[in-house]
Ligand binder design. Structure first.
Ligand code: HEC
Ligand code: HEC
Length: 215
């Protein structure tokens, strides 16, 4: 490739000079684009740090009422961030966080957290009676038709297996009284359960194994 240019330089130096400048400009443009791309990545790193403050450095949240987001399904993570931003789902802490996020940031964050390994919180299995109560309600409502056989969910349907028990209970109660209003269908379904069923369901789901999760 270089040889013809060298020859051209000997014959018509002026033209080679022009080409040289054009190539250099091309290189500068490429380097600038690369730098812009890596500063975008740095922006996400800062945001990921922020999330860790509550959702945990190792994927285990600081509070029992904060959900695990490491390894959650990507489509679901994005939809929740979008709903917090639009106000369809309300939470003082999360609303403040998403206020400054662009759609591109939310997509990148959803992909980032979905790619991490779900942590093992080793939540204990409830007693036989509690498990039986949970399974009766789950069976009568048919939760697995959407959350799938082992409650791993898929796409925009969340994984429930291994989620924090305290969070599951809180968010199911929020669906029931519609203070979590971003999916009226889930609210209707959970209103077919009794308030006293929520704790058994939460304990049961929290104790389930996450396929591909941490040990
Ligand atoms: C100040 C604490 C705090 C910070 C910081 C924070 N979150 Fe949250 N996040 C929460 C709490 C609490 C909830 C549960 C809200 C509820 O009960 O409805 C939540 C819920 C979520 C959910 C919904 C999960 C589900 O299972 O429905 C997603 C997704 C999420 N956060 C992503 C993020 C991301 C991404 C960041 C960083 C950009 C972040 N959060 C930063 C506290 C925080
Ligand atoms: C028709 C499909 C469908 C059925 C049946 C269903 N779910 Fe859901 N569920 C969803 C979808 C979709 C979401 C996500 C809603 C959203 O976008 O916020 C969800 C969300 C949830 C969440 C919130 C998870 C989180 O991380 O915040 C819980 C808990 C839940 N469902 C429990 C149940 C239980 C328990 C049952 C049975 C009593 C059930 N679901 C039945 C579709 C369904």
């Amino acid at each position: 490739m270089l040889l013809p240019y060298l020859r051209a330089q000997k014959e018509i130096p002026g033209v080679f000079g022009m080409r040289h400048i054009a190539i250099s400009l091309g290189l500068i443009a490429a380097v600038t684009a690369f730098t812009a791309k890596s500063s975008f990545a740095d922006g996400i790193d800062d945001k990921v740090q922020l999330c860790s403050g509550c959702h945990g450095e190792n994927g285990i949240p600081q509070e029992k009422s904060t959900p695990i987001i490491w390894g959650q399904n990507e489509g679901y993570l994005y939809i929740e961030l979008r709903d917090f931003k639009s106000g369809a789902r309300k939470n003082d802490q999360m609303s403040a966080i998403v206020a400054d996020l662009s759609k591109q940031d939310m997509k990148a964050l959803a992909a980032h957290f979905a790619g991490l390994k779900w942590p093992n919180t080793a939540q204990p299995s409830p007693s036989k009676d509690i498990t039986k109560q949970a399974l009766t309600v789950i069976g009568s409502i048919g939760c697995t038709s959407c959350h799938l056989d082992q409650y791993q969910g898929d796409g925009s349907t969340p994984r429930l297996a291994g989620q924090q028990s305290g969070y599951l209970q809180k968010t199911m109660a929020d669906f029931r009284d519609r203070s979590r209003g971003n999916n009226p269908g889930m609210s209707d379904l959970l209103n077919a359960a009794q308030p006293a069923d929520l704790d058994p369901i939460a304990q049961y789901l929290a104790s389930l194994t996450v396929i591909g999760g941490g040990q």
